[in-house]
Design a protein around this ligand. Structure first.
Ligand SMILES: Cc1cc2nc3c(=O)[nH]c(=O)nc-3n(C[C@H](O)[C@H](O)[C@H](O)COP(=O)(O)O)c2cc1C
Length: 176
């Protein structure tokens, strides 16, 4: 088993699913963010933190930053419903990291939406967004994409989306 740990925060299961795939591919353990607080993270060669984006906010970023023992050893992956070419998510992640002075390598992974598993409050936020977007004509390509993808549950997570991150991790370990 590799000396890598995956730490994830997931509400509806997409980030957890990516973490499970990663743990199989990289032969390492995956634990939830809350249980990671009980582990000594300083002994790992690499720690992969997984979380998701909500209305442009990277969830639990400050907790992840507090847990990360060394920025060079840590990698962040963020899941979101928007496709990987949706520039707004990259801007949001980049800005959040910059504002937190958190210099960590990150990857974005498209996932999907799961209305069945969403917390009630988040479901209401999405319903409200749906209504607003129906009333108001979308402005620009980004809003047109969002309007379409938030209508229903979907799963666009793909195991192959992990390849760039897995290659990055493997090369880093070989260079050690
Ligand atoms: C209230 C809410 C807001 C969201 N906002 C965004 C967003 O701004 N951009 C995006 O790409 N996905 C957004 N999503 C989709 C989630 O990021 C996506 O479903 C994510 O993979 C959920 O992770 P989880 O299943 O591990 O909890 C939003 C989801 C919810 C519930």
């Amino acid at each position: 088993m590799n000396n890598i740990l995956i730490v994830y925060y997931s509400e509806t299961g997409f980030t957890e699913k990516y973490s499970r795939w990663l743990s199989e591919d990289l032969d390492c353990m995956a634990v939830s963010l809350d249980s990671a607080k009980r582990h000594d993270l300083s002994s790992y060669d690499k720690i992969l933190f997984g979380t998701w984006i909500m209305a442009g906010e990277v969830q639990r970023l400050s907790e992840i930053q507090n847990l990360c023992p060394d920025e060079d050893k840590c990698v962040l992956f963020v899941t979101g419903a928007a496709p990987a070419n949706f520039a707004d998510n990259f801007t949001a992640i980049h800005t959040a990291l910059q504002n937190s002075d958190f210099d960590i390598k990150y990857f974005y992974l498209q996932s999907g939406l799961n209305y069945q598993k969403m917390k009630f409050r988040n479901k209401m936020v999405m319903k409200l967004m749906n209504v607003m977007m129906k009333i108001r004509k979308p402005v620009g390509e980004n809003e047109r994409v969002l309007k379409e993808i938030i209508k229903n549950s979907f799963d666009n997570s793909r195991r192959e989306y992990l390849e760039p991150m897995e290659t990055y991790i493997k090369i880093g370990l070989e260079e050690k």
